[in-house]
Design a protein around this ligand. Structure first.
Ligand SMILES: C[S@@+](CC[C@H](N)C(=O)[O-])C[C@H]1O[C@@H](n2cnc3c(N)ncnc32)[C@H](O)[C@@H]1O
Length: 268
């Protein structure tokens, strides 16, 4: 039996609900959420089993939960934003899913008993968490021995401070906290007690216009973003973004992706 931690309230929770509450329906249709390579890769790497109970943390419009529900017995999908959950419930219904339960809950206070979950997934959300080690500890607590934690997120490619990338993301979405480096993800996993099974790094391409529309970015911040991204001072930042002109999107750019599969040791 583990000691229950006092309830933790993330300092950005109002910002999260404001940001995602107003754009929940965009996330259902968004090609990044719905179709980037990381979803299919998650299933290939994890190989979920039919008897599993999965917990999808920060489910957004439910893309990861819906995918995983094809392979496992049951999924509990949680998110902090009520409008996102409404969108996810409608999306799951339109996909004829009947083995997903949705619940409003916070990633730092997972709503499951100790050692009851086979798989915890969390895609494109860790960069919003204000206490990432606490989220990892919670995932460790709820997982059964041998259980799997699968993280997909934006990350920073090297062990250097890419403050410009975080600044750009924060202007597009004020609830953004910080992208971590691979090394930081590894350090938090190991210090929590996880065994790192697999790590893959990649990137996706985004259109500037789609990105600012989804983020409901105001005109003034759009100009600031254009300036920050096109004129980014640090050569490392430019090397990550790989900006290319585009008639429809103004420009396209790249963001990094990390997929990390961790296991709770079988004998604990
Ligand atoms: C980009 S969406 C997630 C996309 C989704 N996981 C997928 O695979 O398509 C980010 C989500 O994180 C949620 N979120 C952010 N901070 C959270 C927290 N502390 N607890 C729970 N949900 C959170 C937001 O409400 C939002 O729905």
């Amino acid at each position: 039996v583990s000691k229950t931690l006092p309830y933790y309230v993330p300092s950005n929770i109002d910002e999260i609900r404001r940001q995602f509450g107003r754009s929940s329906l965009d996330y259902v249709r968004c090609p990044v959420q719905a179709g980037d390579y990381t979803l299919a890769r998650l299933v290939e790497l994890v190989k979920p089993l039919p008897h599993w109970f999965a917990l999808d943390v920060a489910t957004g419009a439910g893309h990861t939960a819906i995918l995983v529900s094809n392979y496992v017995n049951n999924v509990l999908a949680i998110d902090a934003t009520p409008e996102m959950l409404d969108a996810a419930i409608a999306f799951a219904k339109s996909n004829s899913r009947s083995n997903i339960q949705f619940q409003q809950s916070d990633a730092h206070n997972l709503p499951c008993f100790d050692s009851t979950v086979d798989l915890v997934t969390c895609r494109l959300a860790v960069h919003h968490f204000t206490d990432v080690p606490r989220f990892f500890s919670e995932a460790y607590r709820v997982l059964k021995p041998g259980g799997v934690l699968a993280i997909i997120d934006s990350h920073l490619p090297h062990n250097v401070s890419f403050s410009e990338i975080n600044k750009i993301q924060k202007v597009q979405d004020s609830s953004h906290v910080s992208c971590l480096t691979r090394e930081k993800f590894e350090a938090i996993s190991v210090s929590t007690g996880f065994l790192i099974d697999q790590i893959e790094e990649g990137s996706i391409r985004l259109g500037f216009r789609d990105w600012i529309t989804r983020g409901r970015v105001a005109e003034k911040q759009r100009d600031e973003l254009r300036h920050l991204m096109r004129g980014c001072a640090h050569p490392d930042t430019a090397a990550v973004l790989k900006i290319e002109n585009d008639a429809q999107q103004d420009f396209t750019f790249s963001f990094q992706r990390i997929i990390m599969i961790c296991k709770k040791p079988s004998a604990v």
